[in-house]
Design a binder for this molecule. Structure first.
Ligand code: FAD
Length: 391
């Protein structure tokens, strides 16, 4: 049976988030655009995020996918995708509080108290650090080294493009502990407090995100700070990247919905040569193509999320959703800019900002080319058979 309907709970949650976005986030958009035009840091301020999260928490909207025993809502992946689509309808980047990285749940009892629980409560901030100047797509090529010295490990190396790396007070750092074994049992994940001595520098980018480069020079970490197993780091890294990949195109999908709505409104009111541009076939085709791709993306995103909920191997479906979402969202924002003409190119409207931000989706958490590599490999090796993805 294929059921495209939502449960009552999902519809209620979707409506609640939509109202929250429309009442609390969208009214801040013009002010954020104004601040950015004046040269301020992009996005919401830390105070604004804190207040918005506190407001959501009053309605018990806290820890979307955090297990109930940790005080969260413990929602399934399909519902998380629906929430992310709604959040994507504003260009302001906002996440509800009460979340921790999935791999932090591998923490032992002591680490749970020091890292997992304070991250869920918002007292501490983490970052996920695998990428290095010489190792991005090819994550197995990392060189950051951890060497055992008595009861400690000493870390040396550099990480780059680390989201939240400038704000985090601890990093999940992936380092080589056994060069002979490399990614196959020779990479370990360490929980490294900032006061252990690592430094960070922000990296300016074309979009809202300001990732950081992190430098580790003889940073000492006690053995007790290994997350999971010694040598089990590469598996953890793949788990981190793999589990929530569908949320990225879900967010972009929400953005595309809003952008297309803007284009439709504009096309109906903008007149050229005595008629609204909405009457021109050239404009109608851009609208029709965008809507078709939005609906296709919705199915891909929800199918990938559903596979996660079913406990199936969702990697293939997630790669397809991420690839299609990245490519199509960039085409759609480009069309929406085209429909708006010169106004679309200005910084009065959020379109050029969305245009810059959406470009990232084709690069981070697996580039388009890496998703294609995964999809093609699955087929060529027979892990997935053509036409049998719904079994
Ligand atoms: C804003 C931002 C935030 C990020 N946040 C994080 C984070 O929090 N933590 C983290 O660890 N990393 C993070 N990253 C790093 C990100 O995951 C990498 O940039 C990404 O994986 C690509 O790696 P690279 O930049 O080294 O490009 P490269 O791997 O050098 O790739 C360069 C080009 O070659 C292509 N290419 C590479 N290999 C192949 C191949 N086999 N076949 C065909 N084409 C290929 C790529 O697709 C790309 O087009 C972030 C990056 C950005 C820009």
């Amino acid at each position: 049976m294929v059921d495209f309907g939502l449960t009552e709970e999902q519809r209620e949650i979707q409506a609640w988030v939509r109202t929250f976005v429309e009442r609390e986030l969208m009214p801040l958009e013009n002010e954020v655009l104004r601040r950015e035009r004046a040269g301020a840091q992009p996005g919401l301020t830390a105070d604004e995020v804190r207040d918005l999260r506190a407001l959501a928490r009053k309605s018990d909207f806290w820890g979307v996918q955090t297990p109930v025993e940790y005080g969260g809502m413990g929602l399934d992946s399909v519902t998380a995708a629906l929430i992310e689509i709604e959040l994507g309808r504003t260009f302001l980047s906002f996440k509800f509080g009460g979340e921790a990285d999935n791999i932090l749940y591998h923490a032992n009892d002591d680490q749970r108290q020091r890292y997992l629980l304070p991250t869920i409560s918002g007292e501490r901030r983490s970052c996920f650090a695998i990428t290095e100047p010489g190792a991005g797509s090819d994550a197995k090529a990392i060189r950051t080294r951890a060497v055992k010295d008595g009861g400690d490990w000493v870390i040396n190396g550099e990480k780059t493009f680390i989201t939240g790396g400038n704000e985090a007070d601890f990093a999940m750092v992936f380092a080589v502990t056994d060069p002979e074994r490399g990614a196959d049992g020779g990479v370990t994940c360490f929980l490294v407090d900032r006061d252990a001595g690592w430094t960070s520098e922000p990296i300016d980018t074309m979009g809202e995100r300001r990732p950081a480069s992190l430098v580790f020079e003889d940073v000492r970490v006690p053995e007790a700070n290994i997350l999971g197993e010694l040598g089990g780091g590469f598996k953890l890294a793949m788990q981190w990247i793999g589990k929530g990949r569908f949320l990225l195109p879900a967010n972009a999908l929400g953005g595309c919905e809003r952008l297309l709505s803007m284009a439709i409104d504009y096309a109906k009111t903008r007149h050229t040569f005595g008629a609204p541009i909405a009457e021109r076939q050239a404009i109608q085709w851009m609208i029709a193509d965008s809507q078709t791709e939005i609906e296709a993306l919705r199915l891909l995103v929800l199918h990938a999320a559903w596979q996660v909920d079913q406990g199936r191997d969702s990697r293939h479906a997630q790669s397809i959703a991420k690839l299609y979402g990245g490519v199509k969202a960039n085409e759609i924002v480009d069309r929406v800019m085209q429909i708006h003409g010169g106004m679309g190119y200005t910084r009065e409207l959020p379109i050029e900002r969305w245009y810059r931000d959406l470009r990232l989706l084709r690069i981070f958490e697996g580039t388009d080319e890496i998703q294609r590599r995964t999809i093609a490999r699955d087929l060529l090796k027979g892990h997935v058979k053509v036409g049998q993805t719904l079994r």
